[in-house]
Design a protein. Structure first.
Length: 324
């Protein structure tokens, strides 16, 4: 039986395991989807692109900016990192196929933490039908994840931000405001309600809704990562239109309403401006697919985002890294 004089169990760090030992550890026994023709282990991966086009995007997540290890488990951080990129692929109307992961961290980082991160990355990729096909590891003063996602358009045209037209209806798929509410709870030093805190730790993007919208004729689409109004602003500018959101379209019930009441915040503010839920917002020329909620309309005019016909006066429209 251990005594007070027994040495503590020594942690295995990246320095002791080594770069290639870590790679072997996190790739062993993993399965890949059919789109992965050649996975980890060579100079580069080979991923199928049946129609000759590849959708590609990348995000960088920095500890202390995008995530905190005292707020989330390593697996939750890995899932969130993957989801942020896979949602961007879906927002183009594409089906996710692969992730490439760049990891930079201190040499004394616990390998168990890194294993948790990669478990999360693999789990979220699998949930979206994609594989983790390669990456790189480097030394750094802090933990940084760089994730690149690839996707297949499967014969469809990409849905960009620039196609919205006057007369289109505006709709969303996925939840809004939950991650922002969870962040507010964590920022106050609490860990519950679990539903909203969990939404901040691990978003649930509606991956299948992206290709669904493309097949239904969506004219424009975007991943809601920085806040609904902020991201719709990109659509308005790219399309040269006015986007008018109807606040009455959103029903605030359950935990979101409870948290808003407890913290003295109008939950509608989280819905309109909160980021990191990774819902999808799209414009449609007519009826919207099942599962999408109509929240407004597109009109002619100088590029602008309105709420109930007026500029939003409840504060910043969303997150912008270099303005704070």
């Amino acid at each position: 039986m251990p005594t007070s004089s027994t040495p503590a169990e020594k942690k295995i760090t990246l320095a002791s395991l080594g770069e290639f030992g870590l790679i072997a550890s996190v790739t062993a026994g993993r399965t890949q989807p059919a789109s992965t023709l050649l996975g980890p282990g060579d100079d580069a991966a080979v991923v199928a692109a049946p129609d000759g086009r590849v959708v590609a995007c990348t995000d960088v997540l920095v500890e202390g900016v995008h995530f905190r290890m005292d707020w989330s488990t390593p697996e939750q951080v890995g899932r969130k990192a993957a989801a942020a990129n896979l949602a961007d692929v879906a927002a183009m109307g594409a089906v996710p196929t692969a992730l490439l992961v760049g990891l930079a961290c201190p040499a004394d980082t616990d390998v168990e933490l890194l294993q948790g991160l990669t478990d999360g990355l693999w789990a979220e990729a699998e949930a979206a039908g994609a594989g983790v096909v390669g990456g790189d590891v480097a030394a750094s003063a802090q933990l940084v994840l760089s994730v690149t996602a690839l996707g297949s358009l499967d014969g469809l045209d990409p849905v960009t931000r620039s196609g919205a037209r006057p007369g289109d209806v505006l709709a969303v798929a996925g939840r809004l405001g939950w991650s922002a509410a969870g962040l507010a709870v964590l920022g106050r030093g609490f860990r519950s309600p679990v539903a909203v805190v969990g939404a901040h730790r691990v978003p649930e993007p509606p991956y299948a809704a992206g290709p669904q919208a493309a097949r239904a004729g969506a004219t424009a689409m975007i991943d809601v990562s920085d806040g609904l109004l902020a991201d719709l602003g990109h659509v308005a500018v790219a399309s040269g239109v006015v986007v008018d959101v109807r606040s009455a379209a959103f029903s605030v019930t359950g935990r979101l309403a409870d948290v808003g009441q407890a913290l003295g915040v109008d939950p509608l503010h989280w819905i309109l401006t909160g980021g990191e839920d990774h819902a999808l917002a799209a414009a449609f020329p007519g009826s919207v697919p099942e599962g999408w909620l109509v929240i407004g309309e597109v009109r002619a005019g100088a590029a602008a985002v309105l709420v109930d016909g007026r500029p939003y006066e409840g504060g910043p429209a969303g997150w912008e890294h270099f303005s704070r």
